[in-house]
Every structure is written in C-alpha cells, then in structure tokens.
Ligand binder design. Structure first.
Ligand code: NAD
Length: 239
C-alpha cells in the first residue's frame, strides 16, 4: 500500500527542503561524505576565507551555479509542495536550504531561502544595503559591480561559517507547526539539521522524505524513502 501523510484541518505544516528536491531537475546535490559540490571543494568556493582569498574563483563557481539553476525546470516534487500550499494557505510555510528558485517557479509563495539566492548579489561589507537582483554570469572580476559604499558585490549566498538568514521567522514558524516535513537533505548542515528536534520539542509529527535515511534519522516519527518527484505527488491526504 502507498504511504500517505494525513493533514487535518487544524494542522500547520512547516516544510524544510534541501538539495535532494532539486536533484530530479538536474542540479547536483552537495556530497556530505567528500565535501564536494558540483566537483568543487566547498572550502575553495563557499567560505568567507575563499571570498577574501579568491573572489574571482568564487564568482566563477556561483556563475556556473547560476547558469545551471536558470536553465533547470521545477519538477513534480516542487509542484506538489506548491499545490499543498494552495490548499493550506497560511497553515503552510516552506524553508529551503536551496539557492535555486525552483520552488518559486513552481508557485510557492510563503517561503524563505535560509542560505540565500543565486539570482541576487549584495555588498561584501555589512553596510546595510539590501541585496539586489543580479542574474549576470561573471567571467572576470572587472565585470563585478560595486555597492554605493564602494564594497564589491558578492553572491547573496550564506557561505559555510556564516549565520543563516531569517532565523527569527523560521523559529516562530517551527513553534507554530504541528507537522514538520523534511525533504531531500542529508542532515549534515547546521542549524537546519536541528529544526526537526525543535519541532519534536514542540510536540509536532516529523516526517522525512528522501532517497535514504538522513544523519538525524532518529528525530523523525516517519521516514518515507524514495525520490521526491515520485513520492510527493499523492503523498498528502488533506482533510
Ligand atoms: P545534501 O547534498 O547534503 O543532501 C541531499 C540529500 O538528498 C541526500 O540525503 C540524498 O540522499 C537526498 N536525495 C538525492 N536525490 C534525491 C531525490 N531525487 N529525492 C529526494 N532526496 C534525494 O544537501 P543539503 O542537506 O541540502 O545540504 C547542502 C547544502 O548545499 C545546502 O545548504 C544548500 O544550500 C547547498 N546546495 C544547494 C543546491 C541547490 O540550491 N539546488 C544544490 C546543492 C547544494
């Protein structure tokens, strides 16, 4: 029998997604065991130190991620979550660790990108100016613009070692949730990997959907093994 998740009229659903939900759209996941992302060592391209040492190399990496992300299309997993949001309205909240925009393009609205967004840039200094839309693919540092304060523009990405975005709002949404659904994330990147325990402490049901058990598997009340694009459509029984 196919597994289903019952969602009652009083349930509030918090969804956390990771790289696995975009895998079927052709975007490579981050490999926790060897620390490689799209063939790169994350230390060389996604840390504040890498940015200080080699901003041209960081921009080359994120320009390639932009190019791949802009060409990719949402898959049936992204669409299933957008449809669930349409049915639940403000009883639904989505937090993604992904920097691609496939959730928005599938129709999701109530979402935050806790690790930033590929299609934006921001000042490298903490000068307080907000991120700007930027879809440029940079092939040299000379092309990269400057903020009004003089700082160089950097990708609007939370590098490893930096503090994720919107943590206050995320905490408030988790506190309200009665069901936490975690999809396609290995449970190796913190603080996202702790969210399931925060939800359990508040008494929520916690369900994982993904190819294999995550590292934090013991914190889940239910584990559904499979590809997100095949499993999510038809998974929810909304009352
Ligand atoms: P991860 O690569 O560590 O884990 C991905 C998980 O998804 C694995 O457990 C894997 O078993 C599972 N998976 C693979 N294919 C799947 C599928 N078709 N359906 C369901 N599950 C599948 O990813 P993470 O935990 O999200 O951590 C990676 C970090 O790197 C994140 O912080 C993210 O910001 C970044 N990243 C983003 C993207 C993106 O934006 N698309 C891609 C790679 C990495």
């Amino acid at each position: 029998m196919l597994e289903t998740i019952a969602i009652g009229s009083k349930d509030r659903v918090f969804v956390l997604t990771g790289a696995g939900i975009s895998a079927e759209s052709g975007l490579p996941t981050f490999r926790a065991e060897d620390g490689l992302w799209a063939g790169y060592n994350v230390e060389d391209v996604c840390t504040p130190e890498a940015w200080q040492r080699n901003p041209a190399g960081v921009w080359a990496f994120y320009s390639a991620r932009r190019e791949a992300g802009f060409k990719a299309e949402p898959n049936t997993g992204h669409v299933a979550l957008a449809e669930l949001e349409q049915r639940l309205g403000d009883r639904f909240f989505l937090c993604t660790q992904n920097v691609d925009d496939l959730h928005e393009r599938a129709g999701s609205v109530r979402l935050v990108h806790m690790h930033g967004e590929l299609a934006k840039s921001r000042c490298e200094r903490q000068c307080g100016r907000p991120p700007v839309e930027d879809r440029h693919l940079y092939s040299s540092l000379e092309e990269v613009g400057r903020c009004a304060c003089g700082g160089r523009l950097r990708p609007h990405i939370v590098f490893f070692g930096e503090i994720p975005l919107e943590l206050g709002r995320i905490e408030r949404e988790i506190a309200k949730a009665t069901l936490m659904l975690v999809i396609g994330t290995s449970g190796s990147v913190y603080p996202a990997a702790s969210f399931v325990r925060w939800a359990r402490q508040g008494g929520a049901r916690t369900v994982y959907v993904g190819l294999e058990e995550p590292l934090n598997a013991t914190a889940f009340t239910q584990i559904v093994t499979g590809k997100a694009g095949e499993t999510l459509p038809g998974l929810f029984q909304v009352e």
